[in-house]
Design a protein around this ligand. Structure first.
Ligand SMILES: *[C@@H]1O[C@H](CO)[C@@H](O)[C@H](O)[C@H]1NC(C)=O
Ligand SMILES: *[C@@H]1O[C@H](CO)[C@@H](O)[C@H](O)[C@H]1NC(C)=O
Length: 393
């Protein structure tokens, strides 16, 4: 009974609507009537692509605005950013004449009650690749606009070879999981960022661009802020390098040379322990900072090896001197005329010892210096090469 009354009411409503439309009635209709007439289930099916001619493509335009970078996870290869996605398309079934509806030119509607494209981001690292929208604004010419505001986590391959002066390039790709490109054609219309808004303490967004060839893709270029890392590691490492070079000036007779080198080595180990936590845990390439620190470590080892060898030479020659002295005493007691020769031998022995010691010391100094220079060149190279994401494209 009530069902037939409802149907009668609906028929009456539709007929009167047709009459209003037909005769340009003076009676005006409000937003409720407008929505009812547009979304009437006998007229509108939200599962049907909004094209009167089904061979026509629905163009979906997506605008991307990066607000700020939330996090870059090198180990998990992900980029998390706060962003806006502006999505618009045209629905040919949602058009009306505004002057017939109190001049209502647009209205807000729940997105679930109209057709909407499945805007998915390829490589989105969340449960659902599809971006969910909540409400949309529909205009009288059929334009539908909706916005996603929130956090997006997408896949991003990071290359730490210029760490800590590295730039990282991340791609975001549009994709429809159900529709083919001839049915729904999605493309980015713009990609921009809000400069000097809220920023990440460790990452800057260098730029965001639309891929010039593939309009379904945008590139996000990120710059690591290196101040913290360079201040934390480069200053102590440079101090360490200076001390290593100074250690070659300590005479081996002082006996403290090895313990000086050893304490330098150990203090450097403390820095290495700290470094473990700060390096990106990626096995794709060796970070420049790691090479820098390791070369300094090797120069420390060189200094230790050299001081050990000089100590060994010194001890050896001291012993042979002692033996020579003993021999000289023996020989002199038997042959008192032959005094000049062993003295000469002893002198050449000391000279040889000094020469080999000085030679070793110089060799050590030069190789340590070269290692330290190489370490600084590695850092300088990393700094110079990465000025933007150009080398990653
Ligand atoms: C819209 O309606 C008004 C008044 O009812 C009419 O004059 C006008 O021609 C209509 N416009 C269109 C595009 O149908
Ligand atoms: C649909 O559009 C295509 C190409 O624009 C056209 O060839 C075809 O005749 C149209 N079909 C109808 C039913 O209008």
């Amino acid at each position: 009974m009530s069902f037939s009354i409802f149907r009668m009411y609906r028929h009456f409503f539709l007929i009167s609507l047709a009459l209003f439309k037909g005769f340009h009635s003076v009676l005006s209709l409000n937003e409720v009537d407008l929505k009812r007439s547009l979304l009437d289930p006998t007229v509108y099916d939200k599962t049907v692509r909004p094209r009167i001619n089904t061979t026509h493509t629905v163009k979906v335009e997506v605008g991307f605005t990066n607000v700020f970078v939330v996090d870059v996870d090198e180990k998990g290869s992900s980029l998390s950013q706060a962003c806006y996605l502006f999505v618009g398309w045209n629905d040919e079934f949602l058009t009306w004449n505004a002057s017939q509806y109190e001049g209502i030119d647009d209205f807000i509607i729940d997105i679930s009650s109209i057709w909407n494209p499945d805007v998915s981001l390829l490589g989105r690292m969340e449960i659902d690749q599809e971006v969910k929208f909540s409400r949309a604004r529909v205009q009288s010419n059929g334009t539908v606009n909706t916005t996603f505001v929130g956090q997006l986590i997408t896949h991003c391959n990071t290359d730490p070879s210029h760490f800590p002066f590295d730039y990282q390039l991340c791609n975001i790709r549009l994709d429809s999981q159900i529709y083919t490109k001839s049915e729904v054609d999605m493309e980015f219309t713009f990609a921009k960022m809000i400069p000097d808004y809220k920023s990440n303490p460790n990452w800057n967004t260098a730029y965001i661009t639309r891929n010039s060839i593939d309009k379904q893709e945008i590139n996000v270029c990120l710059q690591r802020k290196s101040l913290y890392l360079s201040a934390l590691y480069m200053v102590p490492t440079t101090m360490h390098a200076v001390l290593i070079l100074v250690s070659f000036l300590v005479p081996s007779e002082a006996g403290e040379k090895i313990s000086f080198g050893m304490s330098l080595f150990l203090s450097f180990m403390v820095l290495l322990l700290q470094l473990n936590g700060d390096l990106p845990e990626v096995s794709t390439s060796i970070p420049a900072l790691e090479i820098y620190v390791m070369l300094h470590l090797v120069s420390g080892v060189v200094s230790l090896v050299v001081s050990s060898f000089t100590a060994y030479i010194k001890q050896n020659s001291d012993q042979s001197e002692y033996r020579n002295d003993a021999k000289v005493k023996d020989v002199s007691s038997i042959v008192p005329n032959n005094k000049g020769k062993p003295n000469n031998k002893r002198r050449t022995n000391i000279c040889e010892r000094l020469r080999s010691e000085i030679f070793l010391n110089r060799l050590g100094f030069v190789s340590s210096f070269i290692l330290i220079l190489a370490a600084n060149c590695v850092m300088l190279n990393a700094k110079v090469v990465s000025t933007d994401c150009g080398h990653l494209l």
